[in-house]
Structures are given as C-alpha cells and as structure tokens.
Design a protein around this ligand. Structure first.
Ligand code: AMP
Ligand code: FE
Ligand code: FE
Ligand code: ZN
Length: 290
C-alpha cells in the first residue's frame, strides 16, 4: 500500500449510504456510482453500521479511489434527531459497538410498532417491510416507505415521508438513540473523528442550540458537514464562522441513498485539505488507497 497526499486529490464525497442501511444499492455499486460521478475520495457512512466497509473499500480502490471508512451514528438532543458522522474509528471498539447494537436492535421493534399502527389504516404488513430490507440492514422509515411503494400506497419515498411517515400523521414512533455528547465521545474515544451531519436543516427548531454545540466542541467534535443540500444558507454561514473560530474541519457531501433520495454523488464535495486533516486526525482505522 502506498500513501501520500497526491492519492486523495480530487473531489471527495464523504457521506454515502448503501443497502447495509437505507440506501438502495450494495456498497460496491455505491462506489461505482460515486466514481462515475467524478468522486475520487469516498466514504461509506451507513446508519449505525460498519459492515459495508470491506466491500466498499475493495470496490473503491479497484476503481482508483481513496476509501475513508465511516458511519452515521443516530443521536438525539431532547426531541431532535441528530446525526453524527464518524470517520476512521475502530469498528471493533467495544463501547461504540455496544451502542450501535443497541440502536439497531431498538430500531427493529420501533419499525414493527410503526407498521402495526399503519396496518390499522392501510394494507401493510411487517413481511412487506422485511421484503424491502437487505439482510441485517439497519432498518428505518425508508424501508417502510419502500414497502408502501411496493403496495402501491405511495409513489416514492418523498411522498411517504411527506405523508404517512410524517410525525403529524400519528404513526411515528421514536427509537433509542444516545445523546449527541455521548455520540461524539464514543466516536472520538474509538480513535475516530466526529462530524455533525447536516446540522442546520430548514426549520429553526431543528438546529441544536449554539451553547450545546459549544459543549460538543469541548467534548472533541471534529467538524461540521456544511455543504449539504439540506443545510440552509444562513446556517452554513453561521457554521463556517464557528468552524473558523475553533479551527474545525468542514466537509461537503451528497448523502447519497441510491434511488431512495434525489441526492446525487459528488453534488457537494470536501476539499483535499480537509480530507488530509480528517485522515491525520483519525487513528482508529486506516483509509485505503488505490
Ligand atoms: P429513521 O431514522 O428511521 O427515522 O429514518 C430517517 C431516514 O429517512 C434518514 O436517514 C433519511 O435518509 C431518510 N429520509 C428522511 N426524509 C426523507 C425523504 N423525504 N425522502 C427520502 N428519505 C428520507
Ligand atoms: Fe438515511
Ligand atoms: Fe442524516
Ligand atoms: Zn445520511
């Protein structure tokens, strides 16, 4: 294996999902799609799961890309769902694995409760959802959306999320997730770099309070995912200011989910300088080079 900064030059997309969570494509195919879109450094960041790393890494290096192992860890601040991207952590870390096991386990019962509730009003069964879920995938509302599509109840995931899966419709159930401070500490203590995913999406109340963000920084937060299609322009400006003040890493990525979302690989990218800083700082696992 060779290493060197010249090997990770080119567009970096550090937020991609496969069917090990709620993406619609196998890890190798995700890497091929990213490569075809011009991406040259790619991270696989499935929700609460790292099982796609091996396949994705093999595919990425075969295509001449640099592979950065990652994950999107589910967390919760009060009632807000917060996603914490972790990069280059040790996937065998006991504390982090125990937490992801707990989250994934709880997501199953939660999805079953949502489906039971929907089934009172619509023709939908748990088997329909299982049919849409790759073996052992981190199950989520997107899989329920796919089951609703297969039943002809909605046209696509967007329609499902705007309707039946929206909390206002009354079928929503939360799942267990750690506090963001715990999430940041677990990733950092596993040798990884924690980056808050899409921190400033529309709807003011969806952003964590600034004082709490300062606490995350004090706890070891590595950076923010700023260039993401769901962040607001105002929010991005604010985060850039905070990142500059604390000398944090800033990333840009697509949050590709295959056919599950309109997001395309490479639609937002991370600079070589920021990728270098991430790789410098993450010590729990190694990037893979072509
Ligand atoms: P869950 O974690 O089970 O509550 O589901 C949240 C996931 O649903 C997120 O990771 C997104 O990838 C996905 N999601 C949220 N909104 C939409 C949408 N409008 N269209 C497609 N996928 C969505
Ligand atoms: Fe997702
Ligand atoms: Fe997310
Ligand atoms: Zn994501």
């Amino acid at each position: 294996m060779t290493t060197g900064p010249q090997l990770f030059t080119g567009p970096g997309d550090l937020h991609l999902h496969s069917n090990h969570s709620d993406g619609t494509e196998a890890p190798a195919r995700v890497m091929r799609q990213a490569h075809a879109a011009g991406v040259r450094t790619a991270a696989l960041t499935d929700h609460d799961r790292t099982t796609g790393w091996h396949e994705a890494g093999d595919a990425a290096v075969a295509l001449g890309m640099t592979f950065v192992p990652g994950m999107e860890l589910s967390a919760k601040h009060e009632w807000r769902s917060v996603h914490v991207l972790g990069y280059l952590f040790d996937p065998a870390d006991a504390a982090l694995s125990a937490e992801t096991d707990r989250i994934r386990g709880d997501r199953i019962g939660r999805a079953e409760r949502i489906v039971r509730s929907i089934s009172r009003d619509y023709d939908l069964t748990w088997d329909d959802v299982l049919a849409q879920t790759a073996e052992d995938a981190t199950v989520g509302r997107p899989h329920i959306a796919d089951a609703l599509i297969a039943r002809g109840i909605v046209r696509d995931r967007t329609e499902a999320f705007d309707g039946i899966l929206h909390p206002r419709e009354g079928y929503y159930e939360p799942h267990y997730a750690p506090d963001p401070l715990t999430a940041v500490r677990l990733i950092t203590e596993a040798g990884g770099v924690a980056v808050i995913a899409h921190p400033v999406t529309a709807g003011r109340d969806r952003m964590m309070p600034l004082a709490f963000i300062e606490r995350l920084i004090a706890a070891g937060l590595g950076g923010f995912e700023i260039d993401h299609r769901e962040n607001t322009a105002q929010g991005k400006a604010l985060l850039r200011e905070i990142a500059a003040r604390h000398d944090l890493i800033v990333t840009g990525s697509s949050d590709y989910h295959g056919a599950g979302k309109p997001n395309r690989p490479g639609e937002n990218t991370t600079s070589d300088e920021m990728i270098a800083r991430l790789i410098e700082r993450g010590t729990g696992s190694a990037p893979r080079y072509p």
